[in-house]
Design a protein around this ligand. Structure first.
Ligand code: BEZ
Length: 221
């Protein structure tokens, strides 16, 4: 089945977009990438989602992240829809702050496993689901989520995941349920008790019925 596993290299596909034609790795430069697909232009949920992304661009930029969107509509359709997106975001510009890919032949959608067989266009061709891929600067896939057409995404959750990915790339911690940047973290199970004491002097080991000392909390390093 087409699609990517975590850790796979994200394809360096040549794409046609609202900001010209380029290869995805060139677009990334040495930054992180959030790659989103949506079912179709001029549809209500997609308009709220891509409009919300406009307002969040400064948050993504702070984290060294670039955004790119994709649907199977053509560039002309995207350009017309951009006016609605900017209006939705209260943005006076005629340009969109990020590019939208026109994947009319669905080549990339199939390769990335983003096709939703339950959603079809007027010609009966399948549309893309609401995919989110987070790609690290080394071009490796770090996160993949697929939402159905009827459920809009929560881009604050995407920002939260990026904070976690960027923290855990360099520190020997993981982030627990509902973690927010600055919150308590978990010492990785692979860290010995001795190493935990030296790396995380303020950590505490929670007691559990099993008596195993694996629940180790530390302030965010
Ligand atoms: C929407 O964006 O509202 C939408 C698109 C395709 C199917 C259902 C909803």
């Amino acid at each position: 089945m087409p699609g990517l596993n975590l850790g796979d290299e994200f394809p360096n596909a040549q794409v046609e977009t609202t900001k010209g034609n380029f290869k995805l790795h060139d677009y990334m430069e040495d930054k992180w990438l959030v790659f989103c697909s949506h079912p179709a232009d001029y549809t209500p949920v997609c308009t709220t989602e891509l409009g919300a992304l406009i307002a969040l661009i400064p948050e993504f930029e702070k984290r060294n992240v670039k955004i790119i969107a994709l649907s199977c509509d053509g560039v002309d359709s995207h350009h017309g829809w951009i006016k609605d997106l900017n209006a939705q975001a209260g943005c006076p510009s005629n340009e969109l702050l990020y590019p939208i890919i026109a994947d009319k032949d669905r080549e990339l959608a199939v390769k990335l496993g983003m096709i939703d067989p339950l959603e079809k266009d007027a010609q009966g061709l399948p549309l893309t689901a609401r995919a989110v891929f987070i790609v690290a600067p080394d071009k490796k896939l770090k996160l993949s989520i697929l939402y159905p057409a009827t459920t809009g995404r929560n881009f604050n959750e995407v920002l939260r995941v990026i904070d976690s990915l960027q923290l855990t790339l360099h520190k020997k911690v993981a982030t627990p349920v509902n973690w927010q940047n600055g919150g308590e973290c978990m010492v990785l199970p692979t860290v010995s008790a001795q190493e935990a004491s030296s790396l995380f002097p303020q950590h505490r080991v929670a007691e559990v019925p099993s008596g195993k000392g694996y629940l180790r909390f530390t302030p965010q390093p």
